[in-house]
Design a protein around this ligand. Structure first.
Ligand SMILES: [Zn+2]
Length: 262
């Protein structure tokens, strides 16, 4: 039986979703054929909230990550968890990836050196735990490729890709690299990756796809992104569903590790 996967959302985040609302959204996602959901951590505390949400819901998975903007100069100094604490966090439930992590030079207050240092640490964490990564990269692909080069075993997804055709080509040259396609693609002119490299994601609550622009995004709308893709690539819905789901399973091993106790 085929199904869809939301490989990137923030459903666990109480800043955006009330508990009740999140519960309803898990149900409506499942009803819409979106059978697996990955909740993405953006800082040490948020990652643990994602973990606890995953542990208490079947077919919801979590990642451990620190968003590059956490190092911005206008933020409180970032308090990193110790390796001991991280180990303990992972022993409750193993995350399916490290992310979202990466580089983002879009904001004026960004701190390039601090971001690169953090990104290296996150890549090392992924390596030590044999996990894939969910990358957030914005206006920073030169440094991204330079840093990633030092981790030849790296595998992951460039989430919410918003760069040029040329950059896309460079990503696609890497084996074990996927590209996250979300609602943004439905209302912009971004280059579209080939199907065998696509992971579907909502990035809910952000980037609501057409035809729901203007309301809060949720995992159920993966269906609409998949539908948009069938028109864009002129490939039937079943194939879109099967290939993107296979890609996600291949990268994150959702059937094996999931929310099972490690
Ligand atoms: Zn995100």
């Amino acid at each position: 039986m085929s199904y869809l996967i939301d490989t990137h959302c923030h459903l666990h985040d109480r800043q955006f979703f009330e508990t009740e609302q999140a519960e309803e959204m898990v149900k409506s996602a499942f009803k819409n054929g979106v059978k697996k959901i990955v909740c993405i951590g953006t800082d040490p505390d948020d990652s643990l909230v994602a973990r606890d949400f995953a542990v208490s819901h079947e077919n919801v998975f979590w990642t451990y990550g620190i968003h590059p903007e956490e190092t911005n100069k206008d933020r409180k100094p970032l308090k990193l968890a110790s390796l001991e604490e991280i180990k303990k966090a992972f022993s409750t439930s193993r995350p399916v990836a490290i992310g979202e992590v990466g580089l983002d030079y879009h904001d004026e207050v960004h701190d390039r050196d601090a971001q690169i240092k953090l990104f290296n640490e996150m890549l090392q964490l992924a390596k030590d735990n044999d996990l894939p990564l969910s990358f957030h990269v914005r206006n920073a692909f030169d440094d991204f490729f330079a840093v990633v080069k030092n981790f030849p075993e790296v595998r992951g997804v460039v989430h919410s890709f918003t760069d040029s055709k040329k950059t896309l080509k460079k990503i696609l040259e890497k084996t074990d690299f996927y590209v996250g396609v979300n609602g943004l693609a439905t209302y912009s002119t971004l280059p579209t990756p080939p199907l065998e490299k696509i992971l579907l994601e909502t990035d809910a609550p952000f980037l609501t796809p057409i035809p729901f622009r203007g309301i809060i995004n949720e995992p159920a709308y993966i269906y609409n992104i998949a539908e948009w893709l069938t028109k864009k690539l002129e490939i039937d819905f079943e194939t879109i569903k099967k290939v993107t789901t296979d890609n996600a399973e291949q990268l994150f091993h959702l059937s094996d590790s999931g929310n099972s106790k490690a």
